[in-house]
Ligand binder design. Structure first.
Ligand code: SF4
Length: 611
């Protein structure tokens, strides 16, 4: 181990974050490696090690002969200080080598508030921040992940972005890079070629020109660059690589369990939900594949918990069969089977009783809005009766814990909708009083509200975000009207969600904002210990950028959007039609009940999207 690191570790919290050496980490002989990738996750070890995308791509890259992919996580503040003080640059966990030793530096970015960490990690690795300052093929910096459907705020810093799913695209990119390295291409020549791999977006080939009022006027496309970048998807998840041989972390991580991805995509189409659109179309794995993957993951990791994950696991058609087979395997071994993201409308009593055999975890529902009118406007196809009925079944089955998630500031929301949340909570409380089979411990209802953030690629991508003052007023209104003091009510901070809105719909002018706020010392924004809103406000002022331009202003439907050249397969006309339906409180059936011709199914070979 590096001597500097040895000196530093006794003085930082959780040194296990920084040493690697875990069971099942991948170590390769450098003599047999001709392409080294530093795979960076812009948050702590505990968060990054829980990230499924990172696990999948780490396995896929390391499966390639001659390629060695290592993990890099953002250091906590104490570690960063110590590294700076001792002159230790950011390094790959497996080899301990600094970022400058790697050919490619890849990021997976799933949260806007990690953008400062991205820049900070480059800085700590002594990698020039701006793509234009990195000459030659070395240290090619690229990124993928859920936020990269609008990568514009990071455009100045990255050589290219991967739009969509990376399982097939990543090896193609790595093979091209290997060829370029062997044949000593220039960086320009590599970028020209890589831009023609489907799903790759090279921002330097696109010049953004702005109008005087600040809106985008034109995107000039360099000769030969693609006019549109369409996301990549995996056609058949059953044949896609899935990492059952996962690294067993040295310390407790956020999701410390085996993870089974039952399907990709969501049939629902909630109008605020970016993932619900960008992950289309729905592609399930077969229960046979999943059962085998479950057994392999549990046996290789020794985990005592496995989760069935996806955007909406209760919509997985074969869930009863799969749950039954998995319980047959898990119950005698005392392995807990957990199902996150269950919907209120189809949570079956049978399944609930079966899961109870192992462990009784709390119920979590996300009605998102308090009234049926608003739930229809956002296309959250769940009724109050369904929510109450599900709660009744749960309370009768012995559950006492319910978590409810809502949003404030959704388009068309009125005070009546806000108060509707309190009314719904009251009805749930009444249901518990009438039906609970186990009243000894009392009923625990946790209510959480988030501040609506309009996201690109959704029908609400043009919407205004309500002002922070208005959000706080609605939040107080709800708090004052909560039916019982025993209800635990938490809310998201307005300032974080406001910044999320800026960065989610931002353009490439925000690059200078990110650099400015980083220079002021801001990073680890997702952590209360570090987040400093005032620094952001100062940075906006320094850069002459008005955050309201990206939030309360709203975008015109005719306006050229910063992410206009990127396509997730869903047609813009469909999003506009969905927006109209929202204003008329009209719902749209889920994709399984009826295809609404959004366009995404056309991404599948032979797929039709014909309504
Ligand atoms: S159910 Fe709605 S909110 Fe949940 S993933 Fe699907 S579209 Fe998104």
């Amino acid at each position: 181990m590096n001597e500097k690191l040895l000196r530093i570790l006794p003085n930082v919290q959780k040194p296990a974050r920084y040493v690697g050496g875990e069971y099942k980490e991948i170590i390769k002989d450098k003599k047999e490696v001709d392409l080294r990738v530093a795979f960076c996750f812009p948050d702590t070890y505990e968060i990054g090690m829980s990230n499924l995308g990172m696990r999948i791509l780490y396995a896929i890259m390391n499966q390639m002969p001659g390629v060695w992919c290592e993990r890099v996580f953002a250091p906590w503040g104490d570690m960063e200080e110590a590294m700076t003080e001792h002159g230790l640059p950011l390094y790959g966990l497996e080899s301990g080598d600094p970022l400058t030793d790697f050919d490619m530096i890849a990021f997976t970015i799933g949260y806007e508030m990690s953008y400062t960490n991205v820049l900070n990690m480059l800085r700590l690795g002594n990698i020039p921040l701006h793509a234009r300052d990195r000459k030659g093929l070395n240290q090619m910096v690229f990124a993928g992940g859920a936020c990269m459907y609008n990568p514009e705020p990071l455009a100045d810093f990255f050589d290219f972005f991967c739009i969509g799913e990376g399982e097939e695209m990543t090896p193609e990119i790595l093979e091209l890079y290997r060829k370029a390295k062997k044949e000593q291409w220039s960086k320009e020549a590599f970028l020209k070629e890589v831009a023609h791999i489907e799903g790759v977006y090279v921002p330097s080939f696109y010049e953004h020109v702005y109008k005087e009022d600040g809106r985008l006027q034109e995107i000039k496309i360099a000769e030969g660059a693609p006019e549109r970048i369409t996301k990549r998807i995996i056609q058949n998840l059953d044949s896609a690589h899935y990492p059952t041989d996962m690294i067993v972390p040295n310390l407790e991580i956020v999701h410390d369990r085996a993870n089974l991805e039952v399907m990709r995509g969501c049939i629902r189409g909630c109008r605020f939900c970016q993932a619900g659109f960008t992950y289309r179309p729905v592609r399930p794995r077969s229960p046979e594949t999943l059962l085998q993957q479950a057994i392999d993951s549990l046996e290789s990791s020794g985990c005592h918990e496995i989760t069935l994950s996806s955007l909406s696991t209760s919509d997985y058609r074969e869930l009863p069969k799969l749950a039954e087979e998995m319980l047959d395997y898990c119950t005698p071994r005392k392995i807990n089977l957990s199902l996150p993201s269950l919907r209120a409308d189809n949570f079956s009593r049978e399944l609930m009783l079966k899961l109870q055999q192992v462990r009784k975890s709390g119920l979590t529902f996300a009605p998102e809005a308090g009234t049926q009118r608003l739930r229809d406007a956002i296309n959250k196809n769940v009724t109050e009766e369904e929510i109450l009925e599900t709660c009744r079944i749960a309370f009768e089955g012995g559950w006492n814990n319910v978590k409810l998630y809502f949003m404030l500031g959704l388009p068309t929301e009125t005070d009546e909708d806000v108060l509707g949340i309190a009314e719904l909570v009251y009805k749930i409380l009444k249901t518990w009083r009438a039906h609970a089979s186990n009243k000894k411990r009392g009923c625990r209802i946790h209510v959480a509200t988030a501040y609506f953030v309009p996201k690109p690629f959704t029908p609400f991508q043009w919407e205004k975000q309500i002002s922070p003052e208005e959000y706080i007023r609605r939040q107080r209104l709800l708090k004052e009207n909560m039916p019982s003091k025993s209800i635990e009510y938490n809310w998201h901070a307005a300032d974080v969600s406001r910044l999320e809105a800026v960065l989610a719909r931002g353009d490439r002018r925000l690059g200078k904002l990110l650099e400015n706020v980083l220079a002021k010392g801001e990073r680890l924004d997702a952590w209360d210990e570090y987040f400093n809103y005032q620094l952001w406000l100062d940075a906006f002022a320094d850069c002459g950028i008005d955050p309201n331009f990206y939030t309360v202003r709203g975008y015109e439907e005719e306006e050229l959007l910063p992410w206009a050249l990127i396509s997730d397969g869903v047609q813009e006309a469909y999003l506009k039609a969905e927006r109209k339906r929202a204003y008329a409180s009209q719902t749209t059936p889920d994709c399984r009940t009826q295809c609404s011709a959004c366009g995404a199914n056309c991404l599948l070979k032979g797929g039709k999207c014909d309504g």
